[in-house]
Every structure is written in C-alpha cells, then in structure tokens.
Design a protein. Structure first.
Length: 251
C-alpha cells in the first residue's frame, strides 16, 4: 500500500502537477483503505508517512526520488480520475496497481509529432507578437532545429540547464542569421529573433510554483520557482551569446 501511494505521488509530480493536487489524490486513495498520510514534497524527493486512522502505532515512512520526465497532462488527468475511482468504487490494491501500470505505460505521443506541433506553436507566438509570415517561417525552422537538439540531448541525460543554454543559442542564432545576416526579406527581424526562444519558457513550473506558494507549500513552491528562474537565466545566456556574436545591440 505504502509503495503504491508513493509511486502514485512520484508519478504525479514527474508529470508536472502542483503539490496540493498530489496530496489530495494520494490522501483520497489512502482514506478509502482507512489510512491517513503526511507528505513532504521537494523538487527531487517525496517523503510520505502512512498511518492507520484507528491505530496511530501502525505507520510506515518511505522516501523516493522523483524521476525527471517530460510534462504529461494526460497522465495527470488519468491518475486523478483513478483516485476518484478508487474512492467511489473501493478498488482492491491489485486493481489499483493494474490500472496505475496501464496509465504509466501508455505510449506517449510520437516525438516527431511533438516536434512539429512545438514548431507550429512557436511560429504562432511570433505572429501573436506581430511577426510577418516570413518571420513566422524563420521561427518555425529555428524552433524545429533547436527542439530536435533538445530532444536528443535530453535522451542522453544532459544537464537540463546546459540543454536550455544550447537550445536557446541554436534557435536565436538561426533566427538571427536568417533575419539579420542572410538578408531574408522580413519586415520584423527583431520579432523573429525575440520569439525564437519562447518555446523554452518554463511556463508550467512557474505556474506550479506560485500555486504551491499560495496554498502553503512553501518549500516545494520556492524550489520550483528557483529552478524556473535558473532556466530563464539559461535562456537569456543562450540568447546573449547570439547577440554578442552577431553584434546586435538591441532587439
């Protein structure tokens, strides 16, 4: 029981949810079996104590590292639904484990589909900020190249801050060369360069950090906020290197 709940919490955190949702879902499952939980969540670790509601002497504490995985809102939604199914349907441990394993082992979207969608989304951001069609095309190509590098470096377990610096540099360099050096005819070269790195912005970690802080999970929120700020600094470093190499003083 304890191992299942801990795996459940770690999977939710790894998929990219905020701390209070993890605590609610895990508590919901535990209460259906007559247990209560106390949970402490850090950036890379979950510590949980499970206690029998009728006998406080029956308790177990366990700790597990959070595996670095990509954001997966589908996993979050399905695991949350499973917690309600357990609470309402009184599933057995074996049934919960079976459904949990099926959710966790569901194949993710093809990396090539994700690559194309991210490139399209970033090109749309360029248009949103006033970029012309040529600038959108530049951002699309720059994002395509940089996100492919990100996928490859991530699969090789490279340091995530280094990955962000490299990808920010690649995306901005391609956009900068196309818009300022190669003479591609665009009326909005600054927008093309500035929006080429927007796909790297850690929006989910920033949102989760503020939700955690507002709901009283100060340690988890602060660690997430610091990590998100470090990623933003890494993005700025990559973009700054491009500006220095190309001799662009301002966007």
């Amino acid at each position: 029981m304890s191992d299942l709940l801990l795996d459940f919490a770690v999977s939710l955190m790894g998929a990219g949810t905020h701390t209070s949702r993890v605590a609610r879902n895990v508590s919901r499952i535990a209460s259906s079996f007559g247990y209560g939980i106390d949970i402490i969540i850090f950036q890379k670790t979950v510590m949980m104590t499970i206690t029998h509601l009728e006998d406080n002497n029956v308790r177990h504490t366990s700790v597990k590292k959070i595996k670095p995985t990509a954001l997966n809102f589908s996993t979050i939604s399905e695991l949350s639904s499973l917690s309600w199914e357990v609470y309402d349907g009184h599933l057995t441990i074996d049934q919960i484990r079976e459904k949990y394993n099926r959710i966790i082992n569901t194949p993710r979207m093809s990396r090539w589909t994700v690559l194309g969608l991210v490139a399209c989304a970033n090109a749309a951001f360029c248009r949103l900020f006033g970029g012309d069609p040529v600038a959108m095309a530049i951002v699309f190509v720059a994002t395509l190249a940089a996100f492919y590098v990100r996928q490859e470096m991530t699969s090789r377990h490279a340091n995530h801050l280094f990955v962000f610096v490299v990808c920010s540099f690649i995306a901005s360099m391609i956009a900068g060369l196309a818009a300022f050096t190669w003479g591609v005819d665009t009326a909005t070269p600054q927008i093309a360069l500035g929006t080429s790195v927007l796909f790297l912005i850690p929006g989910v970690p920033l949102i989760n950090s503020f939700i955690d802080l507002l709901e009283g999970y100060v340690l988890a929120g602060t660690s997430r906020l610091i990590n998100a700020c470090m990623l933003i600094v890494a993005i700025a470093m990559g973009l700054s290197i491009t500006l220095l190499i190309l001799g662009i003083e301002k966007l």
